[in-house]
Design a protein around this ligand. Structure first.
Ligand code: UD1
Ligand code: CA
Length: 468
């Protein structure tokens, strides 16, 4: 196969978004518009090393966003049109025999479209452009075909330059192209700016190439939804819904039940095993993975979490970078933070917060607790209101609780601290010293009862009112 480069046009500002962020870095469906386009190219087998992003407006931000991906950024300064973007990229393109061009603000483009453009070019065309014929007209470029040889495209006419008759043409230019580099470079050198915007239009290269005898083919998109681009935040929301819906349908096809899918937001890289259930309002973000048979309760938000099989998350949990073992149950209203490791069969209940801690197999903390920097053994019972005091204002300190320990309600565990296996901590204790295995630790004032104290006080008050 010939050496192929991918060029993503991403230098425009996106004025109608009214944003300090360049358009292509706005998010839809859980990642930036640009990231979707790059993912489509990568999934079609175009390597990052052969991928070029043309950046201009807020180019440093675009550069920073793609820095770790290995793609290269070409600076277009100022931005004088889509044809100018390719002119600026020309020195990089001469190393390739053919290129694919995509728009950074059209994130619905599929890997299949990229592959098909390439295949049609390699079947012997000089240029191939994706077209769509949607039911509702749009202000896109119109496709002009040769009268005698309708498979030949002879020009693209931009909406603002189209005659009334041309405006009736329903076949539109999607903005996804494959070109042989040589004839394209020739046409780019001939572009002018005689149009309402005074810009160099990439679309004008089609007529120039056709006049020079090039073979130019259209690839009608099987699904015209791919031509959805983003110009304002209303379109951003529409495309977000569409991409979310697609991801939800992928998961449903794989055996995941999703109730009220329009309310559920699942990021592109999330995976979920068979027979998982997502209730309404669930968000699964980042690199979250669910084993089989997990149930995620309504309005729970999981970011970069790993759940093994059969985990139950009750409604309204916020879980971040946590790992949860098979059959464990958390929620409602549980908060797990970084490095929370919940062993199989453990149960965490409402208003329990866990950070940098391991909760052992079958251990329970059912109500109102903070467990930070703690190692909690198997089958430990953490009473309501237990707090690990892990921070002394300067440093964090660890707490270790051996297996089958019982920590009474409202215990204050001042770290560093070790409570050995099988110990009991009396409710309401402030524990500052280590507790040996099997011991009962009491750390509180002893209760004193004063019989008759209330009546005595009332009597005293009466006598003082009577002029005592
Ligand atoms: C373009 C096409 C139109 C097509 C439509 C599909 C042209 C002249 N017209 O119009 O036929 O129907 O896309 O969406 O190409 N960009 C740069 N540098 C620039 C200008 C633009 O990199 O100097 C980038 C933009 O960031 C954007 C893409 O190119 O990602 C398309 O530019 P835009 O101005 O949106 O073109 P359209 O008017 O939509
Ligand atoms: Ca556009």
């Amino acid at each position: 196969m010939a050496a192929t480069a991918l060029i993503v046009l991403a230098a425009g500002r996106g004025t109608r978004l009214r944003s300090a962020l360049p358009k292509v870095l706005h998010h839809a469906g859980g990642r930036s518009l640009l990231a979707h386009v790059l993912a489509a190219g990568a999934a079609a087998g175009l390597p990052a090393a052969d991928t070029f992003v043309v950046a201009g407006y807020a180019a440093e931000q675009v550069q920073a966003a793609v820095a770790s991906s290995g793609v290269r950024v070409i600076l277009q300064q100022p931005q004088r049109g889509t044809g100018h973007a390719l002119q600026v990229a020309a020195p990089a393109l001469v190393a390739y025999s053919q290129i694919i061009v995509l728009h950074g603000d059209m994130p619905v483009v599929s890997a299949t479209t990229v592959s098909r453009l390439r295949a049609e070019l390699e079947a012997g065309a000089d240029a191939v452009l994706a077209t769509a014929t949607p039911d509702t007209p749009r202000a896109y470029g119109r496709i002009l075909r040769d009268r005698k040889q309708p498979e030949q495209v002879v020009a693209i006419v931009e909406d603002r330059q189209a005659t009334p008759a041309q405006k009736q043409i329903r076949e539109l230019n999607a903005g996804f192209y494959a070109f042989r580099v040589q004839p394209l470079l020739v046409a780019l050198g001939q572009l002018g700016t005689n149009n309402p915007h005074g810009e160099f239009y990439l679309t004008d290269t089609i007529a120039l190439m056709a006049q020079a005898g090039a073979k130019i083919r259209a690839y009608p998109l099987p699904d015209p939804v791919e031509i959805l681009g983003i110009n304002d935040r209303i379109e951003l929301a529409e495309v977000d819904s569409l991409l979310r819906r697609r991801k939800a349908e992928d998961l449903m096809t794989q055996g995941v039940s999703i109730y009220a899918p329009a309310t559920v937001a699942v990021d592109p890289e999330v995976t979920a095993g068979q027979d998982c259930v997502l209730e309404p309002g669930v968000q699964l973000r980042g690199q979250t993975t669910l084993g089989a048979n997990c149930r995620i309760g309504a309005y729970s938000i999981l970011t970069d979490c790993r759940l093994d099989d059969g985990v139950e998350v009750l409604p309204h949990c916020v879980l971040e970078r946590a790992q949860i073992g098979a059959g464990a149950r958390v929620g409602p209203f549980t908060r797990l933070r970084e490095q929370a490791e919940i062993a199989p069969g453990a149960h965490l209940g409402n208003f329990v917060e866990v950070k940098k801690s391991r909760i052992g197999e079958g251990a329970k903390a059912m109500h109102l607790a903070y467990l930070g920097d703690a190692q909690i053994g198997a089958r430990v019972n953490i009473g309501a209101g237990t707090i690990t005091c892990n921070y002394d204002g300067e440093q964090k300190h660890p707490t270790a609780i051996g297996e089958e320990t019982f920590v009474g309600s409202n215990s204050t565990l001042v770290a560093p601290l070790e409570i050995a296996a099988g110990a009991y901590v009396a409710a309401g204790s402030v524990i500052t010293d280590s507790v040996p295995a099997g011991a009962l630790a009491l750390g509180r004032g002893r209760q004193v009862n004063k019989p008759g104290w209330v009546a005595a006080r009332k009597k005293k008050a009466r006598s003082s009112r009577n002029g005592g």
